[in-house]
Design a binder for this molecule. Structure first.
Ligand code: FAQ
Length: 333
């Protein structure tokens, strides 16, 4: 057998073992052999997910200084900090696949890497913070609970804690809307207006319909994804259609109707043109969001430089046998 022939037989057997492990619900760990396409798919998805958490801080961050009470401010601040933490776990999970964080951040800033379409919509009033918690975090949880069983170990483990925090986020959003829905007519109107603006973009968060989802079939074979975009979207619509009744408000879809035969709600058409416009960089806030991230990165350069200088100084001290002691003058620069 030629060298190339032997190589492809070996490759075939590695791939078969890899798929057999996944089929048996085994976990793939960073040092295990994996097909290049599996690695690339995960770097793409986890990177996009991490960027979404980080960019996702911007719409809500906009309301930290304007929250209506000290209690609301403290809760929102904690939520936004949670999103930062999620971004950091996810960048770390992606780094286990051999990509470095600097490269991922550069790809976000250059527009090469995507982040969730939802974060390109503006937050116009306080009720938007309730709608984001209820609808956006609600959609995020439905998408992310199955990711706790993703075949790639570090991603699956990161998702367990993320999902616990997201479920608190969803409840806090729902509670904001519940308070507004029981308030003055103006407050009810604010809550309804926020739902009207955030509902359809949240429905779109699950990605293109299954017919147009280029990655789903392979990602489901690899058990990165456990359910299709449309399956999760239907679950979301069924959940929201029931929860909105508790608020005594409505969903902006005249075709939303329980279908006893299917055991699901039927719903109206999704504006895919709007979805692709936003995904391709032309939504209401795409430019503003990227500008804010690039500025934060540039403004934070001194922190990264200081951290590197500190690490270098510590390494010099350790090498000179002064670890844990005050820096001697001759090593202080
Ligand atoms: N926005 O073939 P598919 C959160 C792209 S975190 C932009 O179906 P896939 C927490 C997709 O990348 C929210 N682009 O792709 C929070 C692909 O393009 P590419 C983020 C989208 O990967 C709450 C192309 O379309 N969650 O909300 C979107 O199999 C509140 C074809 O699509 C995650 O990232 C979209 N919505 O399925 C934070 C979860 N949908 O890459 C702050 C993990 C699709 O080939 C405040 N990700 N595209 O150029 C996933 O589950 C999957 O990646 C999907 C997409 C389901 C998003």
């Amino acid at each position: 057998m030629s060298n190339t022939g032997a190589h492809s037989v070996a490759q075939h057997s590695l791939e078969a073992q890899f798929q057999a492990k996944i089929d048996a619900e085994g976990r793939i760990e960073p040092k295990d052999w994996m097909p290049e396409a599996y690695r690339k798919t995960l770097i793409r998805q986890i990177g996009q997910h991490a960027h979404s958490e980080i960019v996702g801080m911007l719409p809500e961050g906009n309301w930290i200084t304007r929250a209506p009470s000290l209690k609301r401010k403290a809760i929102l601040l904690a939520k936004v900090q949670d999103e930062a933490g999620h971004g950091l776990y996810l960048y770390s999970a992606a780094e286990t696949l051999g990509v470095d964080r600097g490269t991922m951040v550069e790809e976000l800033h250059s527009g090469k890497a995507k982040y969730s379409s939802i974060f390109n919509y503006p937050t116009l009033n306080w009720a938007d913070i309730g709608a984001i918690g209820w609808l956006v975090d609600g959609a995020a949880i439905l998408n992310q609970i199955p990711l706790c069983r993703c075949s790639y170990g570090p991603y699956a483990r990161a998702m367990v804690r993320i999902c616990k925090e997201e479920s608190f986020h969803q409840r806090q959003g729902f509670e904001i809307l519940l308070v507004l829905s029981k308030g003055a007519p103006e407050q009810r109107a604010m809550a309804q207006d926020a739902i009207n603006r955030w509902y359809w973009p949240s429905v779109m968060m699950f990605g293109p319909s299954d017919n147009d989802s280029v990655h789903s079939a392979q990602s489901m074979r690899w058990k990165i994804k456990r359910f299709s975009n449309d399956e999760l979207r239907q679950r979301f619509i069924d959940m929201i259609a029931e929860q909105v009744k508790v608020l005594g408000l409505s969903i902006p879809d005249p075709q939303l109707k329980w279908n006893a035969g299917r055991g699901h709600y039927d719903f109206g058409p999704i504006d895919w043109e709007e979805f692709w416009k936003v995904v391709n960089g032309n939504g209401p806030c795409n430019q503003q969001r990227l500008r804010a991230r690039v500025k934060a990165w540039e403004d934070g350069a001194w922190v990264r430089e200081a951290a590197v200088a500190h690490a270098e100084k510590k390494a010099r001290l350790t090498a000179a046998g002064f670890a844990g002691q005050p820096t001697p003058d001759f090593l202080s620069r």
